[in-house]
Write a protein that binds this ligand. Sequence first.
Ligand code: ZN
Ligand code: ZN
Ligand code: ZN
Length: 293
Amino acid sequence: MAQNVLHHCNASSKFFIVSAVNGDLKNASPILIHKTIIAVIGDVKSIKLLSGQLLIELMNTKQSENLMKLQKIGDIQIKVAPHHSLNHSKGVISESEFQRDLEDDILECLKDQKVIAVRRITIKRNNQNFPTKHVILTFNTPVLPKSVKIAYMNCPVRHFIPNPLRCFKCQRFGHTITACRGKQICARCSLPDHDSNNCTSTTPKCYNCNGDHPAFFRSCPRYKQEKEILTVKITKHFLSRSPKNHQRQNTQAWHFIFISIKFSSHSFLLAKHAIYTQYHKHYHSTYYSYSPF
Ligand SMILES: [Zn+2]
Ligand SMILES: [Zn+2]
Ligand SMILES: [Zn+2]
């Protein structure tokens, strides 16, 4: 089912990326950067230099107009763009009353509540898609509201936790086949150079956890860990992005992860290393940036 998206408007964006037109901003003086930004838009919540680009969090959305006009820092020609994911949040509502309503009609009711896209979750059975009562809402704001109002009904909004990405080629988590640099591994037997449709093995073996199930088994302990990491990533880190809460959330997230490791059945050390790597990958990609860095 196609996702219905309202015309994207950046009026409520608070996170911006400032990058040099040629090269990067690594060699620019932080004093000069700070002075230039403050002179144009006043105080900001935070400025971070990451991989040669600046991530700026504004105090209010009114500052965005002036920031977008900025063309130079010292002698360096720059460009400014809203961050492509930090300005948005995704939530789910699950009301059976709206089961038969079209995505367009739901979006129409929600467009003055900062909703820019509506997508109903479907399930596949016998090669046919069936609609569920669960509807994903994309908000044009980094903070998810507790509820939305559709017609006369108040609908609680939960965080949307996507399913972990598993590569259909190499079976690892965190990327898709188009970005894969690994070699082909069978999802059924975990041996190389054939896919699961041409597999002749009678004993399944999971490439990710060595368990006696195929790599697409939803109860695979590694799949569950990936899902837990995504849950931590979304629910903890989107609560607040203030530096003061950063350390506390970091500790909470670690605590959560260690509890989940405790209950996993496989080698503790291996799991710890895998989780550490995955966590840092996810954590930094969420908290600081997505693809621009
Ligand atoms: Zn891959
Ligand atoms: Zn195989
Ligand atoms: Zn497994």
